[in-house]
Design a protein. Structure first.
Length: 65
């Protein structure tokens, strides 16, 4: 859950869209992926890594139920 109360709405603009995806990509790509704020936001399955599993979970939210 994030500020807007919508799961995976990382930038808190009340929807899950490409803006959120861009944030995810930024954290997934490089060393920033292991910085604490990135992990807090994007480690959706809580395994201390930002990986394909988190992406799959995020994609589900983006596409809707
Ligand atoms: Ca959003
Ligand atoms: Ca993870």
């Amino acid at each position: 859950m994030h500020q807007s109360g919508i799961p995976d709405d990382f930038d808190a603009d009340w929807d899950v869209d490409l803006g959120d995806f861009a944030d995810f990509e930024f954290c997934h790509r490089d060393p920033p992926g292991f910085l604490f704020p990135c992990l807090m936001k994007f480690d959706l399955d809580g395994n201390d890594q930002i990986d394909i599993n988190d992406y799959a979970e995020f994609q589900q939210s983006m596409l809707g139920p």
